[in-house]
Design a protein around this ligand. Structure first.
Ligand code: AMP
Ligand code: GLY
Length: 423
């Protein structure tokens, strides 16, 4: 079949490679793609949010399936836009996408289905005083979340009550625009985080993909500002069989069955941001309605089964017995970013060196290719270098080795990816 993949990051580069490896994939198009996705398909200059232009493209190019990489088109309702159209869209309906688009919606969903998550309450400008009183009833530090999408910046963790109450006022006063018109205040959970990915067919069927741990802070030792993610490791040693059994029983099954029971149309990826708290207990920190980035750059290499078969079955609403087999080997990815990221950074620097190393895969994130074949930086996160080996430490060593042969001005990467769980 012909497939259209929407997005332009490292995640989409990893999805493009995996889709292109399927015997079922005839033509793959990526909109808009990047300097690396063109190795696996044809980049097309379309905005993932321009549904009318996508509809025209689908008609002209006989597209049978649309795979959505990032959350914005899902939250904007791309599934519903194509509901009466023969093209398959992998993803949730606009209603299902609210699991990511509204933290308050996600918390209420979890409450209805007894899914373990931090205690919480939601507040608006009308209830700000009550919000401050609620903060008084909690122990520090205080967790404040803008209800809506805020490009990963909407969560504040604040040490003192006075500052938390002031931050609540600022948020409700429009600090994150409409996104923080409602603020969720929740209990602080302490533990270690990991990401679990599921594909569901919306009818109670699901497959669990390889789990991953992501490194969010810019600095080594998990210091400094939050980023989209600086590296990832899969499998995650602390997500052992007992932990994963609890995740499946207490979180995955009630989530998938809850969606089906409530008639919330959802045929695609679910990303569970989990925290393992004391006693090996999993709790949900957040839902996302897409794959993670850079987690996809380790999850896709570890998926042995055919991704087109899996996504088509999900999008048709019946996973049947389509498998999602995991490769037992480990995968490690390290992100190379532009100097200055996640704050201001320059673009347009030429990338030199070996972008096709023998023992690793270089997934492009913020890159563009010039007509004469040079590759330039065009984003904060530039390249994700993934390697696989029987042992995660060996995989990591291969990625760092490959990075030695890649250069661009002011390139930066963390040298401690995996250190906390592997060493
Ligand atoms: P979110 O956007 O909801 O994933 O939150 C961003 C980050 O904030 C998470 O990855 C956690 O590190 C942290 N966080 C969110 N909620 C909590 C919580 N209830 N307790 C502790 N940390 C949290
Ligand atoms: N790496 C975290 C995310 O994709 O949201």
């Amino acid at each position: 079949m012909n497939i259209l993949l929407l997005g332009s990051g490292g995640r989409e580069c990893a999805l493009a490679k995996k889709l292109s490896e399927s015997r079922r994939c005839e033509k793959l198009f990526i909109a808009p793609g990047n300097g690396g996705t063109s190795r696996y398909g044809v980049n097309v200059a379309l905005s993932p949010l321009d549904f009318k232009a996508i509809e025209d493209f689908v008609a002209i190019n006989d597209i049978e399936m649309i795979v959505v990489g990032n959350e914005d088109p899902l939250v904007a309702g791309i599934y519903d836009y194509f509901k009466q159209h023969p093209v398959l869209v992998v993803g949730p309906s606009g209603e299902g996408a609210r699991l990511e688009g509204s933290k308050d919606y996600a918390k209420r969903f979890m409450e209805r289905h007894d899914i373990p998550t931090a205690a919480y309450r939601s507040f608006t400008a009308e209830t700000v005083e009550e919000g401050c009183r609620f903060l008084e009833s909690l122990k520090p530090p205080y967790v404040l979340k803008a209800d809506g999408l805020a490009a990963g910046k909407g969560v504040l963790i604040i040490p003192t009550l006075d500052e938390a109450c002031a931050a609540l006022r600022e948020m409700l006063d429009g600090k994150f625009g409409a996104s923080s018109a409602t603020v969720v205040i929740e209990e602080f959970l302490s533990g270690i985080e990991c990401s679990v990915f599921v594909v569901t067919d919306g009818a109670g069927g699901y497959r669990i993909l390889p789990e991953a741990k992501d490194y969010k802070r810019i600095g080594e030792g998990d210091t400094g500002l939050n980023t989209g993610g600086m590296g990832a490791v899969s499998p995650v040693p602390f997500a052992d069989a007992e932990f994963m059994r609890k995740v499946e029983e207490r979180i995955i099954r009630p989530t998938v069955e809850g969606l089906a029971e409530e008639g919330i149309v959802y045929r695609g990826f679910i990303f569970l941001g989990l925290i393992k708290v004391e006693g090996n207990e999993p709790m949900v920190i957040e839902y996302n309605v897409r794959m993670g980035d850079p987690e996809t750059e380790v999850v896709m290499p570890r998926l042995k089964s055919d991704l087109v078969d899996l996504l088509e079955a999900a999008a048709r609403g019946n996973l049947g017995n389509v498998p999602a087999e995991h490769d037992p080997r480990a995968a490690v990815t390290v992100m190379a970013v532009s100097g200055g990221y996640p704050e201001a950074y320059a673009k347009g620097y030429e990338i030199s060196g070996n972008l096709t190393p023998e023992n690793s895969v270089v997934f492009h994130a913020g890159t563009t290719e010039t007509p004469d074949g040079r590759v330039l930086t065009s984003g904060g996160r530039v390249l994700a270098v993934t390697s696989m080996a029987d042992d995660a430490r060996a995989a990591r060593a291969l990625s760092y080795k490959a990075l030695e042969d890649i250069k661009f001005k002011d390139m930066y990467f963390r040298r401690d990816i995996g250190k906390d769980i592997l060493d």
